[in-house]
Design a protein around this ligand. Structure first.
Ligand SMILES: [Zn+2]
Length: 335
């Protein structure tokens, strides 16, 4: 968000240096003298400063709320394919959805989980979109948005809201919207994403390593500013750095994890926090991100999750089953 397509003046996000510069170079009626961080606006001013750590804005899902509407649409689909042309949009033909399916179905020891993921996607009419990072630009949307809209409407009976795509923060890697049934993975064109480059062995090994480090308090992420340190890796997606196909597979699963969370009932939504088991730095953002991160590990290496976090594995098994059976999406939950 800090580096994103955001009207920062309107939203009031500035760096300390920018505040000082504005303070030095501008004057207004009633302006006080002194340090702007101490005296703030001036006469009768009620402005306050809140500190925002840019480290927390790597990726997120900030489009939210309103009442979710559930699609009643039932349609013929090829249930053997996790992603198919009815439920997937890719802006680039190199992003081959069959290769995505191949990767998931060939993961070692994941057959049962992958079948359930397939069942969830098909039963809830989840649409998956691989969109270019430049989607915020009108010219780019002119090129792709009609096809995105058509696919989405065909699969879910819902209309795709173009406004959501106008304001994607620059560094965001994926997002989903609670009231809608799509997940979006943001792709950088220069990365030449191609899912045939998924390295399955490395993928599962990295997930295991991230989980092991979390359990052993041995991760290596440290916040750049501020005092808090986490002995965790940043995220399951980032732990795949060096292989963009691995990273984007993880991001897609992370976003899917949010939808599973929304569909599963809310009675044990805080199970992770209660157990006090940290997984990744990004997962510590809030319960939603924790759940999405947990699902990412579960969806790629359940065996490793079972090895280090048996309680979470059992809870995930139950949550996924609940999400599949659920007829309603969680509404009005205060996460
Ligand atoms: Zn998320």
């Amino acid at each position: 968000m800090v580096s994103g397509d955001l009207n920062r003046r309107e939203s009031g996000i500035f760096t300390v240096d920018e505040i000082k510069e504005i303070w030095t170079n501008r004057s207004w009626s009633g302006k006080k003298s002194g340090n702007p961080l101490v005296v703030r606006g001036g006469y009768n001013c009620r402005h306050q400063f809140s500190y925002v750590n840019p480290d927390w804005y790597e990726e997120d899902d900030r489009f939210e709320e309103e009442t979710p509407t559930i699609s009643k649409k039932i349609q013929e689909q090829n249930k053997n394919d996790i992603l198919n042309s009815n439920n997937t949009f890719t802006y680039n033909k190199n992003i081959n959805i069959n290769e995505f399916n191949n990767a998931l179905t060939r993961l070692n020891g994941q057959q049962e989980v992958t079948n359930k993921i397939n069942e969830f996607i098909n039963s809830k009419n989840i649409s998956v979109m691989f969109i270019p990072r430049t989607i915020g630009r009108q010219a780019v949307r002119d090129k792709y948005f009609n096809d995105m809209k058509t696919m989405y409407k065909k699969n879910s009976d819902q209309d795709l809201d173009e406004r959501i795509f106008q304001r994607i923060p620059k560094r965001m890697n994926g997002f989903t919207v609670k009231k809608d049934s799509f997940i979006a993975t943001v792709v950088d064109s220069k990365d030449n994403l191609d899912f045939k480059n998924v390295d399955l062995e490395k993928l599962q090994e990295n997930v295991r390593k991230t989980l092991k480090e979390a359990r052993d308090d041995a991760g290596r992420y440290t916040l750049k500013r501020g005092t808090e340190r986490f002995n965790l890796q940043w995220s399951f997606s980032k732990s795949q750095e060096g292989n963009i196909a691995n990273q984007k597979l993880q991001t897609t699963l992370h976003e899917l994890g949010h939808q599973i969370h929304f569909w599963a009932t809310d009675d044990n939504r805080n199970f992770a926090k209660k157990l006090g088991q940290k997984l990744t730095v990004y997962g510590e953002t809030n319960d939603k991100e924790y759940y999405a991160e947990l699902f990412t590990a579960y969806a790629t290496n359940r065996k490793a999750l079972q090895e280090f976090y048996p309680d979470l594995t059992k809870a995930m098994d139950e949550m996924l089953d609940k999400a599949i059976k659920s007829k309603t999406k969680a509404i009005g939950i205060d996460f």
